[in-house]
Design a protein around this ligand. Structure first.
Ligand code: NDP
Length: 239
């Protein structure tokens, strides 16, 4: 646990499964007070689960209000909720594009905006946006998803410039191929293709992403802001 006397309050969006669940569990293991948003299911035992949809500002506002009443203001925000709607450009409907942007990019904007008010008041904040290696590399069949994930980098860097002097950092974590439900649905040929291009020669577990995020939220990472931290076994090197 970091050196602060009272444990800090963390919110992880999409904390009911996959990477978000692992992030919430890792923060709990390090002694933080943890809330998760979920549309369905629950976060890990010991966390507070609140219902919220990141495409809906009112539901987010209600979720923040409930968390603030129970655990205090959110000091560490992990914008993790995300979706894919993969298809080639010519087959991609406008809704396929805008709904992915609305969840992955606008959803992050909504939670960041709501959390930042109290971060500014408290003169402390750690904002961590979960992007993807494809936000930098691009990916055939993921025009919508890659655009949303690279948008998070501009978001974090602008936040760093706007809020940096108030002891608020904003960083991006860019995972490569992580074993979750999101990747389980990819065809075996595509999984094999990814595997052959990863220098580490394996996929990662959600816990390997979670550990980096807990570290970024701690005192040792206080001077890191506007950074893009890859957790990809070398897949995206050079960016
Ligand atoms: P999962 O599909 O396993 O989980 C996605 C999470 O996002 C779920 O908790 C889901 O909630 C939540 N979510 C989706 N839409 C909304 C919404 N509108 N409002 C609130 N919550 C929502 O994905 P992963 O755990 O694999 O991915 C987590 C993040 O990591 C995503 O941002 C993803 O893009 C990113 N990522 C994943 C990689 C991977 O290899 N798995 C690689 C790189 C990045 P619910 O269950 O209620 O739908």
């Amino acid at each position: 646990m970091e050196s602060t006397a009272t444990p800090r309050t963390v919110l992880v969006t999409g904390g009911n499964r996959g990477i978000g669940f692992a992030i919430a569990r890792a923060f709990l293991e390090h002694g933080y007070r943890v809330a998760v948003t979920a549309r369905s299911g629950d976060g890990p035992i010991g966390s507070m689960t609140v219902r919220a949809d990141v495409t809906d500002s009112d539901s987010l506002d209600a979720a923040f209000t409930a968390i603030e009443a129970e655990l205090g203001p959110v000091e560490i925000l992990v914008a993790n909720a995300g979706i894919t709607k993969d298809t080639l450009l010519l087959r991609m409907s406008e809704d396929d594009f805008t709904s992915v942007i609305d969840t992955n990019l606008s959803g992050a904007f909504r939670v960041v905006k709501r959390a930042s008010k109290n971060m500014l008041k408290g003169r402390f904040g750690r904002i961590i946006l979960v992007s993807s290696v494809v936000g930098l590399l691009g990916s055939a069949g993921q025009v919508n998803y890659s655009a949303s994930k690279s948008g998070l980098i501009g978001l974090a860097r602008s936040l760093t410039r706007e809020l940096g002097s108030r002891n608020i950092t904003a960083n991006v974590v860019a995972p490569g191929f992580i074993e979750t439900e999101m990747t389980a649905v990819l065809p075996p040929e595509q999984q094999a293709k990814y595997l052959s291009s990863i220098p580490a020669g394996r996929f990662a577990t959600p816990d390997e992403v979670a550990g980096v995020i807990v570290w970024l939220a701690g005192d040792d990472a206080a001077y890191i802001s506007g950074a893009v931290i890859p957790v990809d076994g070398g897949l995206g090197m050079g960016h």
